[in-house]
Design a protein around this ligand. Structure first.
Ligand code: C2E
Ligand code: MG
Ligand code: MG
Ligand code: MG
Length: 293
């Protein structure tokens, strides 16, 4: 603690930190017009069935192609967008773009089981916007079946979600849209509570998988992260989730050893660099085409 404190005091005078604050302000002020100027792009990351190895869906991940700062990852601007409320408009753009793209893949590859698309939804979109009406409109407009849309919410978005948010989740679920809990295990919610909500997928946070025992050879470089208890916890979570009727996706699967252990434990779906980094829509089209359908 002392060290962290000392560092914080020192960085008060750090020019780098000052530059960082200025960048933050510059980003915040250019956020709103950026939505109108179409400066955002979506990458897509495959969600893979651990048993068969088939790609079942993709997660849409937003990037900001900033004219001055270049391509920015979401951790640079999603928080800002939540603070100033522009997340509602940005979120709507993400939903529409992702649904339109998923429908396009479906039409391009009629012989293949259609991919579902999983879209991250910020707390504020559930509370401040008419998310249900937006989703209904976008599905109608793009022609995507509700069953091919999954929405990812964090635990904090659904925790204590009485009233309006719960009604929204229920309405979306009644529509046939799947609700997933993102980064599960990082907050304080419990499965008993979640099982009473219209949630059908748990996405286990990457920190669990990182703690998995590694294969020989991989041991050296990653040994700092190993925590055998994580494997026990994941196994118990998967069993409990299944008995509650939920499916489980593991994030941050980086090695075949992790994938194999997750498969043995009974985890349903994996996502991570082992399969693919997030890539542009055209790369997903190529992937679909190369599977012979
Ligand atoms: P997330 O929803 O948990 O998304 C997964 C993040 O993990 C992505 O980071 C992805 O690139 C990264 N990742 C995937 N596989 C691996 C792996 O094997 N190893 C490691 N170390 N990382 C991996 P990204 O794209 O930077 O997104 C960060 C977060 O930003 C997302 O976390 C999500 O919370 C948020 N986000 C992204 N797009 C949107 C969006 O359209 N709307 C909202 N509200 N939030 C978004
Ligand atoms: Mg997500
Ligand atoms: Mg996640
Ligand atoms: Mg995560």
């Amino acid at each position: 603690w002392a060290k962290a404190d000392g560092k914080a005091r020192w960085t008060l005078f750090d020019p780098e930190r000052n530059a960082h604050r200025m960048t933050r302000q510059a980003l915040a002020s250019s956020l709103r017009p950026a939505v109108e100027r179409d400066e955002f792009v979506l990458d897509y990351q495959p969600l893979v069935c651990l048993e068969s190895g088939d790609v079942r869906g993709v997660e849409a991940l937003v990037r900001w192609n900033h004219p001055q700062f270049g391509l920015l990852t979401p951790n640079r601007f999603i928080g800002l967008a939540e603070e100033d409320g522009s997340i509602v408009q940005l979120g709507r753009w993400v939903l529409r773009t992702a649904c339109r793209q998923a429908r396009r893949w479906q039409l391009e590859h009629p012989g293949r089981d259609p991919l579902f698309v999983s879209v991250n939804v910020a707390v504020r979109q559930v509370w401040d916007s008419d998310l249900v009406a937006d989703v209904a409109d976008i599905l109608a407009e793009t022609g995507l079946a509700p069953g091919l849309l999954q929405l990812e919410l964090t635990e904090s978005a659904v925790m204590g979600s009485a009233g309006r948010p719960l009604q929204a989740l229920q309405a979306l679920s009644d529509m046939g849209v799947r609700i997933a809990i993102d980064d599960f295990g990082t907050g304080y919610s419990n499965l008993a509570y979640l099982s009473r909500l219209p949630v059908s997928v748990l996405k286990l946070d990457g920190s669990f998988v990182r703690g998995f025992q590694y294969d020989e050879g991989e041991y050296g470089e990653a040994s700092a992260h190993i925590n055998p208890a994580d494997e026990v916890i994941v196994e118990a979570l998967v069993q409990l989730a299944h008995r509650l009727g939920l499916t489980v996706t593991a994030e941050c699967v980086e090695t075949s050893g992790q994938a194999e252990r997750l498969r043995r434990i009974g985890c349903d779906t994996g996502q991570g660099w082992l399969y693919s980094r997030p890539v542009g829509a055209d790369r997903i089209s190529v992937l679909l085409g190369s599977r012979g359908d």
